[in-house]
Design a protein around this ligand. Structure first.
Ligand SMILES: [Zn+2]
Length: 285
């Protein structure tokens, strides 16, 4: 219960988790959103500042202090990206600008660019950036493999793997059996009913979601968002103006959420699944 109060009174602050790897990923998501989001432009954008390599020796740094002084004046904290190599699945951290990079393990060159699809698309796209499927876009076979995937169009005929965040926007159609993600965001005006339970790391609700969810990190219900159904999580934040009508278990012992999930009779949704029903026709129940 203490954990719950702390989470609620925390407002916009990120609630600290015992597992630093969880927070690292979530914090970077927040940082990207604050730094790069606008209504018209690309959904994500590289950081404007680049810090010098921290591996430089003190003597080497001296020469560059003058040049860097003005830039450092504007620098807050360098953005960190949790990157999963789409060739070998190795996870590593990228600091500074998100760009093409070499996997430290398999040495594959990883595409760091963002992609926007606004028409019918067949084929595979792999990137450590973001793929956005616009409302007029349709994935007709093939795969989107990316750090972040944003779906506003029709994706039920393709396979989607978001190593970090999957965003579902109003009008999105998809088949959950063909989706993998770590964090899930239900965007404003998006209304989805998920008929079987599902598990992910963090869940953020700006729109409406009816589901049975097991969240290993944080559930965050934003202003105007509404979550119904059942919620099992170590951290719950309901912001001012957010709604929650659900059976709720908040247990700061994250492993207990995993245990509850395992103990449940239903199969974990992202492994064995029938259909993640998405519909704009909100049943209102
Ligand atoms: Zn690799």
């Amino acid at each position: 219960m203490n954990r719950f109060r702390e989470a609620v009174s925390g407002g916009n602050k990120v609630v600290r988790s015992k597992d630093p790897s969880v927070i690292d990923g979530f914090s970077s998501v927040q940082a990207v959103r604050h730094a790069g989001r606008s209504s018209n432009g690309p959904r994500t954008r590289p950081s404007r500042t680049t810090l010098p390599a921290t591996t430089a020796k003190p003597d080497e740094k001296k020469n560059t202090v003058g040049k860097l002084a003005s830039r450092i004046g504007h620098t807050v904290i360098p953005v960190k990206y949790e990157i999963v190599c789409y060739e070998c699945a190795y996870t590593f951290t990228l600091t500074g600008r998100l760009q093409d990079t070499i996997c430290p393990k398999c040495h594959a060159l990883l595409d760091g660019s963002d992609h926007t699809i606004d028409r019918e698309w067949t084929g595979t796209i792999k990137t450590i950036g973001t793929i956005e499927l616009k409302p007029e876009g349709a994935l007709k076979g093939g795969e989107f493999i990316a750090r972040n995937v944003i779906i506003a169009g029709h994706a039920e005929e393709g396979i989607i793997q978001a190593y970090q965040r999957l965003e579902l926007c109003a009008g999105a159609t998809f088949d959950v059996a063909r989706i993998r993600m770590k964090d899930l965001v239900i965007r404003k005006d998006g209304k989805f009913t998920i008929t079987s339970k599902f598990t992910c790391r963090n869940l953020e609700v700006e729109g409406e979601l009816k589901a049975k969810v097991f969240i290993e990190g944080i559930v965050r219900i934003r202003r105007g968002g509404f979550l119904r159904g059942e919620v099992y999580t170590p951290h719950l934040v309901v912001e001012e103006g957010g709604g929650l009508w659900a059976k709720v278990v908040v247990d700061s012992d994250e492993s207990s959420v995993v245990r509850m999930n395992r103990g449940s009779k239903a199969a974990p949704i992202l492994r064995e699944e029938k259909q993640w029903q998405s519909s704009m026709a909100w049943d209102g129940a």
